[in-house]
Design a protein around this ligand. Structure first.
Ligand code: TRP
Length: 340
């Protein structure tokens, strides 16, 4: 029996932070280790180029970093196919055929694209590649006949658009070669979007408020010690607020069962007064390091041989290419594009 297929990926425009870790990486590793799926994980470098066309060196560097992040959290190339989007030309070819099935108006209505266009300040100069990236994302997903696509909630419109393209293609060419995927969204609401160390709703590179999987222990310690707590909690004996206090928010997310009682006790003590921020931060650091230290160690080990990391990506890309090539052949045959 064939296993359901999972495909997911990231735009390589930096390195991955704790928000990525709790929001997606951890879950991917769990899914991988369940052994019930065929899993593909990829670096969407072409998608990254749609808004970083002039900064391709950032993308190159990021590919190495994110690959290390993947390996260090436990994505395992002997279980999952890890590859690079641009190395699969079949994806670009599929995109060309799908573009004819999607109107410009539909692309302009995609809520995620709309938000990003506003955020990125393209003005009148939206790169056309950017506007159509949901179509290339549909190619990524359908090339592997993915059944399940684990992504953040912000990606719902992409899955919806992919489903429309699949229906339109299958209907237009009277075929069933393309598979309609389901999105797999974070169930843990808190972890769906991890706020930044400064209390900003989002952990992000541009805000400089993140902890990275590649941060060393000293950097993590400094960052935790700088976290936003309760600005009115000035003296230790003052009663403090839990709400909006990032230390407690992170404790809720990263604490495991064994921490539950201590966290509850600390919350009570903090609200009553008499518990200082330094103590709560030290505890959070302990909780985080339990998880981050082994990841960091593995990362350093893999980073010793980047040639090997890229060879892993090359092998993954070759394997992925074979699968995408098969789908492309079926697509072209359904469309009647075979002349000789
Ligand atoms: N759009 C995704 C992001 O920004 C990355 C991505 C590209 C992706 N193609 C995909 C995710 C296909 C899942 C499936 O994070």
């Amino acid at each position: 029996m064939t296993k359901p297929i999972i495909l997911t990926g990231d735009r390589p425009t930096g390195k991955l932070h704790l928000g990525h870790y709790v929001g997606s990486l951890k879950n991917r590793v769990l899914l991988q280790n369940e052994d019930k799926y065929d899993m593909f994980v990829f670096l969407a470098d072409q998608q990254a180029l749609t808004d970083h066309a002039k900064e391709s060196e950032i993308i190159k560097e990021s590919i190495g970093n994110v690959a290390l992040d993947y390996l260090s959290v436990g994505l395992d190339p002997s279980k999952s196919t890890i590859f690079i989007q641009s190395q699969i030309p079949e994806l670009a070819e599929l995109t060309m055929y799908y573009l004819n099935l999607v109107s410009v108006a539909r692309l302009e209505r995609n809520p995620t694209v709309k938000t990003e266009i506003a955020q990125k300040g393209f003005g009148e100069s939206i790169p056309s590649g950017f506007l159509v990236y949901p179509v290339s994302q549909a190619a990524d997903i359908t090339a592997f006949k993915a059944n399940l696509v684990p992504v953040g909630n912000d990606q719902k419109p992409m899955i919806e658009q992919t489903r429309e393209i699949v229906r339109s293609f299958n209907h237009t060419y009277k075929t069933d070669v393309l598979v309609e995927p389901e999105g797999l969204y974070p169930t843990n609401e808190g972890a769906g979007r991890l706020p930044g160390l400064d209390g900003n709703a989002k952990m992000s590179k541009s805000l400089g408020n993140g902890i990275y999987l590649s941060d060393d222990a000293d950097t993590v310690r400094k960052k935790v010690m700088s976290m936003y707590t309760d600005p009115n909690h000035i003296r230790v004996e003052d009663p403090g607020q839990i709400e909006g206090n990032m230390v407690f928010h992170y404790l809720d997310i990263f604490g495991t069962e064994e921490d539950t009682a201590t966290i509850a006790e600390m919350k009570e003590h903090y609200q009553r007064g008499g518990l200082g921020d330094v103590k709560t931060k030290r505890y959070l650091l302990e909780v985080l390091e339990r998880e981050l230290a082994p990841i960091r160690e593995r990362r350093l080990e893999y980073a010793k041989d980047m040639g090997e990391v890229f060879r892993m990506l090359e092998k993954g890309s070759e394997a992925a290419r074979a699968v995408a090539g098969q789908t492309l052949a079926e697509v072209k045959s359904a469309m009647g594009i075979h002349y000789f």
